[in-house]
Design a protein around this ligand. Sequence first.
Ligand code: AMP
Ligand code: MN
Ligand code: MN
Ligand code: MN
Length: 279
Amino acid sequence: MTPLNFDFHCHSLASDGLLPPEELAQRAAANGVDLWALTDHDTLGGLAAGEQAASAAGMAFVNGVEISIEWQGRPIHIIGLGFDRQHPDLADGLETLRVGRVERAKRMGEALAAIGIPGVYEGALQFATNPDLISRAHFARYMVSIGIAREVSGVFPQYLTPGKPGYVEHRWPTLANAVGWIVAAGGVAVVAHPGRYRMGGGDMRKFLGDFKDLGGQGLEVTCGSHSPDHVLHFARLARYFTFHASRGSDFHGPEESYVDLGKLPQLPVDLKPVWRLIL
Ligand code: AMP
Ligand code: MN
Ligand code: MN
Ligand code: MN
């Protein structure tokens, strides 16, 4: 039997993606996705439109979100899937998180002004379709528009990553916060793109153990930013911790993503796909 083509990771204009939820749904369906989740950063604002458009395209839909947290001082992303989007614990937690993002963005603007690039916070806001959710991606797009670099991917390593002038320290929610909100709302918590965190093996096992102890159930094994070696490595960790495996393109838009919706390898066949916990 052919495995389902599920894609449980992507972003719309509600956060830092480049397409509205409706266009993402149509694109996913056209690419052969059977089961789709919209996982905007720290907001549920695109889900109603995503669900409607998925239904119109004849594709099954799952509520999703990608929550920014820190664990032992490291920024990490936790995906929530299949939750009740009205649940107050999750909605209120994300609301507080977004207020923190605005405050962080203002400090980023001040830090860039201090090196002679003024007005970047205000400029970035113009790239944020949803003014309630501002991310470094909006900063990068604005900085490209004023000629600081040719591409978004050129802005990050020079200005927006740790140690660079536009990067500011920020307190994100904890792992316990994010997993707690997701579980309270009846959802499944999944570690996003584990290959992106520069963690040694010991730290990764400690992190995944903490995540599991808190009620986390899933690990993104196949995703847009994983090499074939990452897939093998995190498949082993999923087996070891008995996590269900997720698969997600992390699509942001046609110009900014290497992998299109649904266009990524299938999971290693012995892993339990995370959709089994949701459908
Ligand atoms: P934030 O959540 O505000 O810290 O912004 C992180 C977002 O910036 C990610 O979700 C990506 O969309 C984008 N991003 C991070 N690093 C890079 C990079 N090296 N190149 C392009 N986009 C990036
Ligand atoms: Mn993003
Ligand atoms: Mn992420
Ligand atoms: Mn993402």
